[in-house]
Design a protein around this ligand. Structure first.
Ligand SMILES: Cc1cc2nc3c(=O)[nH]c(=O)nc-3n(C[C@H](O)[C@H](O)[C@H](O)COP(=O)(O)O)c2cc1C
Ligand SMILES: [Fe+2]
Ligand SMILES: [Fe+2]
Length: 408
């Protein structure tokens, strides 16, 4: 059930967490059976409160309840908009109706975008420069521009006295963690794959900007003790884990774990599947992590996980048959996303395809993956059903490729 929960992070800072179990496809695209949270924060000062971010519009009235469970709504003097995407700004309209004079703060980009999303001009919006201070009573915050995480408007806010860095989408993740904070290794272990999927789906296209932003935080001396994102876990004990994970994913690398092979395939009548199963059987003998995602007449795998596991894989085995002069449309769509979001990350691929009269899936996949800078280690195509001999030969060859990659 969708519900909100309040957590007192420090004497001055509250987390207002909306646990959304209603949204089944994030941004209408990414399946999230694990749910997602929207994290807003209230910073108390000697002269009222500062609100950082908000929730999705459909949760507007419970957002007001959540705020009023902590303070009088009219105590909010400033609202910082770190990112205008409606999962964090949907609740602004109701707030602006109730708080006519509240000051809105964000980047110049955020102002124009927000005016578009809310359908009104915002005379009380004050664009902030990079590094500008936000002062209310005895609290001083620093506003840091971090563009393209993952929109042009994005920024972070640093509360130096408490060493808290508010980061909105950056360092966020899917799921509704059972704890507000990184309270134990098992909470972290459970959460990281969801953060990785979120990174792959939402942030990966802008990986270079993640690296730039982390460099910038270091170069301007941001000495955070707490990372407080707009989704998922708040990092109080081991904030470096999420920062180092984001950096690893931005380079298309694994943060931890064994050599990982991801198998993704579609099969209409089993001709691609038969070859894939023979390869999988051989790979199962090895001490590696093996993830299998399929699109058949019985099962359609979760696309968010396909992207997430592909991002930090060591090798991807991709199977698709020829379909109407091109390739299976479900794999077509996944490959488009992989090529767009992971462009330049040089992931390694093996292509498996089957055809009826004239093979095109293999050519189409080769062209698209090469154009995106991916590495193709092997390309196998055959007519109809694969023979036993062919399956044995190809499985053996792929097994050797994996052994060589593991040794390298
Ligand atoms: C709707 C549909 C469209 C197809 N289009 C082509 C095509 O354009 N060219 C071709 O060579 N084979 C085409 N085929 C044949 C398949 O590529 C071939 O049967 C293949 O072995 C199917 O493998 P699968 O059962 O693993 O999906 C098509 C098959 C279907 C069902
Ligand atoms: Fe966003
Ligand atoms: Fe978001």
């Amino acid at each position: 059930m969708t519900t909100y929960r309040i957590y007192k992070l420090t004497d001055r800072v509250y987390l207002l967490r909306l646990d959304d179990t209603d949204t089944r496809f994030f941004e209408g695209i990414w399946p999230i059976p694990e749910g997602i949270t929207y994290n807003a924060y209230i910073v108390m000062t000697s002269e009222g409160a500062i609100l950082i971010d908000g929730w999705k519009r459909e949760f507007s009235s419970i957002f007001i309840d959540a705020i009023e469970s902590i303070i009088d709504l009219r105590d909010i003097k400033k609202i910082i908009v770190q990112h205008t995407e409606p999962d964090h700004t949907g609740t602004l309209n109701i707030l602006l109706r109730l708080l006519e004079n509240v000051e809105l703060l964000g980047t110049q980009f955020a102002k124009s975008m927000l005016e578009g999303f809310l359908g009104r001009s915002l005379p009380n919006f004050r664009p902030l420069k990079d590094g500008e201070k936000i002062v209310l009573g005895d609290v001083e915050l620093t506003f840091i521009h971090t563009p393209w995480l993952h929109w042009p408007d994005t920024a972070m806010t640093y509360y130096a006295d408490e060493k808290i860095l508010f980061t909105c989408d950056a360092f966020g993740g899917y799921s509704i963690p059972r704890s507000f904070i990184d309270s134990s290794d098992s909470v972290i272990e459970e959460y990281l794959p969801h953060a990785r999927d979120y990174f792959a789906n939402i942030v990966a296209k802008y990986s270079q900007h993640v690296i730039k932003a982390v460099d910038k935080l270091v170069s301007i001396g941001i000495n955070y003790r707490i990372i407080a994102p707009g989704h998922g876990l708040v990092w109080v004990n081991k904030p470096d884990i999420i920062v180092r994970s984001y950096l690893a994913w931005a380079r298309g690398e694994r943060f931890s774990g064994k050599f990982k092979v991801v198998v993704i395939y579609s099969s209409m009548y089993g001709n691609v599947e038969e070859m894939i199963m023979s390869i999988v059987k051989k790979l199962e003998e090895k001490d590696i992590e093996l993830k299998i995602y399929k699109f058949t007449d019985k099962v359609h795998s979760n696309k968010s996980d396909v992207l997430g596991d592909s991002l930090d894989s060591d090798l991807i085995v991709l199977g698709a048959s020829t379909y109407e002069g091109s390739l299976n449309p479900l794999i077509d769509n996944l490959v488009s996303m992989i090529c767009s979001k992971f462009k330049g990350l040089r992931k390694r691929f093996i292509i498996i395809s089957s055809y009826g009269w004239a093979s095109s899936a293999d050519k189409e996949l080769t062209r698209r993956l090469s154009e995106a800078g991916m590495e193709i280690l092997k390309n196998v195509t055959y007519r109809g059903r694969p023979s036993r001999d062919l399956m044995d030969k190809i499985s053996e060859e792929i097994s050797k490729i994996v052994d060589e990659l593991r040794r390298a």
